[in-house]
Write a protein that binds this ligand. Structure first.
Ligand code: ZN
Ligand code: ZN
Length: 167
């Protein structure tokens, strides 16, 4: 979806509201993928000769918990607001993505906002205890004795501990 921001400003057009859905499944999001649709809400209205733009984008991000590797589906939402004047469109440092003919590239803007909002580390829950160092299962599922968790992971330290226990 593209939006003719220049005409909107020049002709002082009535407010615009759109709810486009984008497919970002082939876009780069680092270690995660956005496989489902990204649902957006885009509005533009004029106020004192400026275009006030808002964008929200929501998507489901599937992945694996960084601590226990359980599958995770996280809902990610990003919102942005921007005010644009006519002269901003000629500024080479204009921050919003424009197409070759100077229209606002709403899909690209949504991609950029989503990219920034996606957590670099997914967790199944904020307090996920992770995996048991002894049996390798999720700590919530394992049946190891509680003291086993305190055992040193380093084999060399285990030897030392046994030595200490023997005295
Ligand atoms: Zn987890
Ligand atoms: Zn265990």
């Amino acid at each position: 979806m593209v939006f003719d921001l220049r005409s909107f400003l020049q002709r002082e057009l009535p407010p615009v509201s759109a709810e486009p859905t984008f497919d970002f499944s082939d876009r780069d999001f680092g270690d995660v993928q956005v496989s489902g649709p990204a649902v957006c809400n885009f509005t533009a209205r004029l106020a004192a000769g400026e275009a006030a733009l808002t964008l929200s984008v929501q998507a489901e991000v599937p992945g694996a918990c960084a601590r226990c590797l359980a599958p995770v589906r996280q809902s990610v939402e990003a919102t942005a607001a921007f005010t644009v004047r006519q002269r901003d469109l000629a500024d080479p440092d204009f921050e919003l993505p424009l197409t070759a003919n100077g229209c606002l590239d709403v899909a690209e803007w949504a991609y950029q906002e989503l990219f920034l909002a996606i957590p670099r580390v997914l967790l199944c829950s904020p307090d996920c205890p992770g995996l048991c160092p002894v049996c390798g299962q999720r700590k919530t599922a394992c049946t190891c004795a509680p003291t086993a968790d305190a055992a040193p992971k380093d084999a060399r330290l285990s030897v030392l501990q046994r030595f200490l226990c023997d005295e």
